[in-house]
Design a protein around this ligand. Structure first.
Ligand code: KIV
Length: 258
């Protein structure tokens, strides 16, 4: 609860820093800089080449989250509930309890607005910290274009955000939400909004770590590649191969001798 209070206190004071992680080693680096580390179901496309996050299972989320838990000490660790694991309140509570018990995560994230309000309310009633997700909803999206073009869509998303806040979520991801709408939502909610492709007008930002470090080859407009880690790994592996072929590695200091 302390970590969630800390996050809520950032509203209108300091930006919320959030990144995804799928395993321990990366998670332990992110933990130094992030307020929130998200085990996103984006791992389906990032790690497994799935066409849609619909294919991600509860077991996959649990296994990756267990690894991430080993690296996250200080940040709030949030786990995405995968598609078809929260179709009604009973199913959601059962699956969320399993995820929380097995992964020791701090909170879960669910995609959707009005339709999931009773589910969110029931989780919150059962003391589960819930993060929302509006805008593009990858688990059910048909088109991956930004949200908020039409007035009716803008009104619906703003209303969903307010309903989710009233239902008790502590924060909400806004994915590819038009800039002015992101501003309106962020100014009307008391909880922090965390944007991805939703402009600087959000209370915080999230990116998929593989995109940020240049390990993936995603080319979405909202991605900024801060380093090209593929090039760095390529160079290192090339050197390793060359040294092994030339018998320059391993040296005596890497070997055991009686
Ligand atoms: O699955 C994910 O990684 C996400 C973020 C992009 C917000 O939901």
């Amino acid at each position: 609860m302390y970590k969630i209070k800390k996050l809520l206190n950032k509203k209108n004071k300091s930006k919320v820093i959030c990144l995804t992680a799928y395993s321990k080693n990366i998670a332990s680096i992110l933990d130094k800089y992030c307020d929130l580390v998200l085990v996103g179901d984006s791992l389906g496309s990032v790690l497994y080449n799935y066409k849609s996050t619909k294919e991600v299972t509860l077991d996959m989320m649990i296994n990756h989250s267990k690894s991430v838990r080993l690296g996250v000490k200080k940040s709030l660790m949030v786990v995405d509930m995968p598609f078809n694991t929260y179709r009604n309140s009973k199913e959601a509570l059962k699956n969320v309890r399993l995820v929380m018990k097995k992964t020791k995560c701090d909170a879960v994230k669910l995609e959707g607005g009005k339709k999931i309000i009773p589910i969110v309310k029931n989780l919150v009633k059962n003391k589960v910290p819930v993060m929302g997700h509006l805008g593009i909803l990858p688990q059910t999206a048909k088109k991956f274009t930004f949200k908020g073009k039409k007035l009716s869509e803008r009104n619906r998303i703003l209303n969903d955000a307010k309903l989710l806040e009233t239902a008790g979520i502590f924060s909400v991801v806004l994915e590819c939400v038009e800039s002015k709408l992101a501003k309106k939502i962020s100014s009307q909610l008391k909880i922090p909004t965390v944007g991805i492709g939703s402009s600087v007008n959000c209370d915080g930002q999230v990116l998929v770590i593989d995109d940020l470090i240049g390990l993936s080859d995603s080319k979405f407009r909202f991605i900024k590649k801060y380093v090209n880690i593929r090039q760095i790994i390529d160079k290192a592996v090339k050197k390793f191969k060359s040294e092994v072929l030339k018998k320059q590695f391993p040296k005596l200091k890497h070997s055991f001798k009686n």
